[in-house]
Design a protein around this ligand. Structure first.
Ligand SMILES: [Mg+2]
Length: 226
């Protein structure tokens, strides 16, 4: 059994800025501050980490209460922002997911910095939700490595310890995706469809590095399924 854990933004989809738009609208709704002047580093990071940075920069105390107030507003704004922005599913992804989903020896999950509900909104909008039954999400963790550890525990429970760590592939578009694969001994599959180039990603020594998934066989061969 192979488990393929996919990142969302920059790996499966580009939302055309919908996440950031929903974030700014949520800040405006809850804190009367649209965070317009803030420079945010978001790629590969968890929602929790991004928002805690944002709160600090804007003098908002990062507590459970402020996080939950923000999250509720963000989730209200996100579906509207997704509909407004011109995003897209990344080339080759629908075919790759269909191929993998059809196999009995591969299970697909998510490993994303998005919160669970945020991930569901994004995948529902782009009609990819059906492929993913479970996952690790960034609403509770500031460190992506901890998201990987949480999903690793889920996999052990779900498959009664029958899946070895090296049969888990973590597929993502940033050095932080590669690093979190290392944190649990999984295979790191890097794809240059986000903001990081093939050269940048190569410097972090992923186990497989591809420009994109226009040829799904590259991943199947890597998994020794072809
Ligand atoms: Mg990403």
């Amino acid at each position: 059994m192979h488990v393929c854990l996919f990142d969302i933004d920059g790996t499966l989809i580009h939302t055309g800025g919908a996440g950031l738009l929903a974030l700014r609208r949520a800040m405006l709704t809850v804190f009367d501050d649209d965070a317009g002047s803030t420079e945010l580093v978001t790629t590969g990071r968890t929602d929790r980490a991004i928002v805690e940075d944002l709160f600090r920069q804007h003098g908002i105390e990062p507590t459970e209460e402020t996080w939950h107030a923000y999250s509720a507003a963000y989730l209200q704004h996100l579906p509207v922002a997704l509909a407004e922005c011109r995003g897209r599913v990344i080339e080759g992804i629908p075919e790759l997911l269909s191929l993998l989903s059809a196999r009995g020896d591969v299970v697909l999950g998510l490993l994303t910095g998005n919160s669970n509900e945020g991930a569901r909104h994004k995948l529902a909008h782009y009609e990819l939700a059906e492929h993913f039954e479970f996952g690790g999400f960034g609403g509770e963790h500031t460190n992506r490595d901890d998201v990987a550890r949480a999903v690793w525990s889920q996999i052990q429970e779900r498959f009664c310890d029958a899946v070895a760590a090296d049969r888990i592939s973590i597929i993502g578009d940033t050095p932080l995706d590669i690093r979190c694969a290392r944190a649990i001994g999984a295979q790191a599959v890097a794809v240059a469809t986000g903001t990081h180039s093939v050269e940048e990603l190569r410097g972090h020594s992923p186990d497989l590095l591809v420009e994109d998934f226009s040829d799904p066989d590259v991943l199947l061969r890597f998994l020794q399924l072809k």
